[in-house]
Design a protein around this ligand. Structure first.
Ligand SMILES: *Cc1c(COP(=O)(O)O)cnc(C)c1O
Length: 396
């Protein structure tokens, strides 16, 4: 009798049969939420769980955040919001993206908050409130990001009209900073001043949340939170324990939530002059132990890491040798008589997280940002959820 096939939807089963996995520590996530809540001096957090919670898994992340009192969530698209609703997430869900008019009825059906980025969408929302029922909106003002939103000059008239329309609740007015990560904060303060100019010119916003800050703004321009009576901090990256300025994460005690590991699937010793991988970009200068690792760019281990990144193995760092392939890459373990000679097939290789480089370091090697590194961990990689702090964990 053949044994039954494992359920392919079961991440734990998949993880038993594939070398690569992303371990997501929900205790660290909740810890980070508490840290950020303290930093924000009690201002409520909006948990940004777009893009499957930056690759961490939107449903388990939203549930864990709800356990520590987070009641506001945001996603990029309506289908992302529907996945949360289907999983029983009941908090407010703001969809950040500019809606196309055809999407609007779904917001009412599923009780989602609409981003109003233009006078045209404001008008469409007025019609929606008449035809479909009550609508909650967050009006977006473009103060310098140049992406979506009403110009500061046109915003007051549009907001006044929405405030007077039956069936519409102006639940929020918001803006987004273009360079919140800039420690100097000059442009962020200019954007904040433009935003305040608009909201201070309006009556009737007493019940609306006024929100401007993302993770970085909370660190660098805290008045973007504290200036308002009813603020909200839209925090993503910091919840996941990352910040482009590593020192800052360490200072406030953020703990990285995701750890990406794979395993050694093959080992060999090569003679001097041997080349490794596509394009032959790496050549052995001496007899070298070479490990093949069972992950590649199709798992999100960016090809740009070829000959640049390091991985953690047995608590030490070893360099990537040659081009990263779709499903594998190679690591130079050094001389066979050295510490790398102890490595065995099946040993864990840390691509980022405890025991290896941080996602921020990986991002630097790949000429990108930590956001892209964690979002890029592909659907092929099983996510395993831990719910206990790892005492050995160091900040990102
Ligand atoms: C993604 C996003 C955020 C979260 O930014 P982090 O830097 O991850 O905290 C906040 N606001 C908007 C509009 C976003 O698109």
């Amino acid at each position: 009798m053949p044994r039954p096939l494992p359920d392919p939807a079961d991440a734990a089963t998949e993880a038993d049969l594939t070398p690569t996995r992303a371990t997501v520590n929900l205790a660290h996530l909740r810890h980070n939420a508490r840290v950020l809540h303290t930093l924000s001096e009690g201002a409520p957090l909006l948990g940004v769980v777009k893009a499957d919670a930056y690759g961490h898994g939107a449903v388990p992340v939203a549930r864990a955040l709800a356990e520590v009192g987070v009641q506001h969530f945001a996603v990029a698209t309506v289908p992302e919001a529907l996945r949360l609703r289907r999983a029983g997430i009941r908090g407010r869900i703001l969809v950040f993206g500019a809606p196309l008019p055809a999407f609007l009825p779904a917001y009412v059906t599923h009780e989602l908050d609409v981003t109003v980025p233009s006078a045209e969408i404001a008008a469409a929302v007025e019609t929606l409130a008449r035809t479909h029922g009550p609508v909650r909106v967050h009006v977006k003002i473009d103060t310098g990001m140049g992406r979506i939103g009403l110009a500061p000059g046109e915003a007051p008239a549009v907001i006044r009209r929405l405030l007077q329309t039956p069936g519409i609740t102006v639940a929020g007015v918001w803006t987004h900073f273009a360079s919140a990560g800039d420690p100097d904060g000059t442009f962020t303060r200019e954007q904040l001043a433009l935003f305040e100019g608009v909201v201070r010119s309006l009556d009737g916003l007493d019940a609306a949340l006024l929100h401007t800050a993302s993770s970085s703004a909370l660190f660098h321009v805290p008045e973007s939170v504290h200036r308002f009576d009813r603020p909200l901090v839209r925090t993503g990256l910091a919840l996941y324990g990352l910040n482009s300025r590593t020192e800052l994460s360490r200072e406030v005690g953020l703990r990285p939530v995701m750890r990406l590991t794979s395993r050694v699937t093959h080992l060999k010793t090569v003679e001097p002059g041997t080349t490794i991988s596509y394009g032959r970009t790496w050549r052995a200068e001496r007899r070298s132990r070479i490990a093949t690792v069972g992950a590649g760019y199709a798992d999100g281990y960016i090809r740009r890491l070829s000959n640049r990144a390091e991985v953690g193995l047995h608590g030490q760092r070893f360099p990537v040798a040659g081009t990263v392939c779709m499903d594998m890459f190679m690591v130079d373990l050094g001389a066979p008589e050295g510490p790398g000679g102890e490595v065995r097939v099946g040993d864990e290789v840390v691509l980022f997280g405890t025991g290896g480089p941080s996602a921020v370091e990986v991002a630097r090697w790949a000429d990108t940002i930590a956001y892209e590194v964690v979002c890029g961990v592909s659907a092929r990689v099983p996510r395993l959820y831990l719910d206990a702090a790892e005492p050995s964990d160091t900040p990102a």
